[in-house]
Design a protein around this ligand. Structure first.
Ligand SMILES: *Cc1c(COP(=O)(O)O)cnc(C)c1O
Length: 243
């Protein structure tokens, strides 16, 4: 256990160094960039260790795993204000479940999913399970490949207009996963341009979630305010769980 925490402390220091260097290169303040630890496939004990060395933002990509882990972490570190983010593809029938453990859903990619989440928040609030609206980010598919989730670029404006009208939901920004084999510089530049265009009409859009273990520097260079880091912090995962 103490070996694991030393390992995590070293990888966290290395990731922070990368973030600092990328911010320096871009002339940005590192305080503008949130670090989300993507803890999918790793145990709650790792999340507890990351809490002990200062992290508070965690992300999961599956409802069932996230729900269980969030509950375990609440028992391991009671009273610590942790923020959980859902970053994976979400079926509408999981909306009721996800709003009980996630503080933010970054993978909203359709009006129907947003509607289901809004309805779930209402129910959850009425039952005293949560208070306040749900923070969301709209996941954009930069290559239009629907199998990987995300709203196609040409439909994002319509989606923002729809979701900002839902009372129970607070739209915070845009998220993307760079397509495999894509030029991340080009992808993130297009995302940043889309973000700026949407911000003209929607001042509440403040977050740009772009950049993972392999491409966080390029995300930061293009204005990312949230990098989602799994392997560079926690180590390698089985391939099956990358999805
Ligand atoms: C797994 C995952 C990440 C983290 O990926 P790494 O390459 O391990 O840093 C980020 N975003 C999403 C949506 C993920 O599913």
């Amino acid at each position: 256990m103490s070996e694991r925490i030393d390992e995590l402390r070293r990888s966290l220091a290395a990731v922070r160094e990368r973030i600092d260097a990328a911010c320096a290169a871009a002339g940005r303040d590192p305080g503008e960039v949130r670090l989300l630890a993507v803890t999918k496939t790793f145990p709650a004990s790792d999340v507890a260790a990351l809490i002990d060395i200062g992290l508070r933002d965690f992300a999961e990509n599956k409802d069932q795993e996230g729900r269980g882990k969030a509950a375990e972490v609440a028992e391991l570190r009671p009273g610590v204000p942790v923020r959980w983010h859902m970053v994976g593809r979400l079926q509408r029938n999981k909306a009721r479940s996800v709003v009980r453990w996630a503080d933010e859903v970054q993978s909203v990619d359709s009006a129907r999913l947003a509607d289901a989440l809004a309805k779930a928040v209402t129910t959850s609030r009425e039952r005293g399970e949560r208070d306040g609206p749900l923070d969301v980010q709209l996941q954009v598919s930069m290559d239009g490949d629907a199998t990987r989730g995300g709203c196609p670029v040409d439909q994002v404006l319509q989606l923002v207009d729809h979701v900002t009208r839902l009372g129970e939901i607070s739209v915070r920004g845009l998220m993307t996963v760079a397509p495999r084999d894509a030029d991340e510089n080009e992808t993130f530049a297009r995302l940043a341009a889309l973000f700026e265009r949407l911000r003209r009409d929607h001042v509440g859009l403040v977050e740009l979630s772009a950049g993972m273990s392999g491409d966080l520097e390029r995300g930061i260079a293009h204005g990312s305010t949230c990098v989602r880091v799994g392997t560079a912090l926690l180590g390698g995962r089985e391939l099956a769980s990358l999805e």
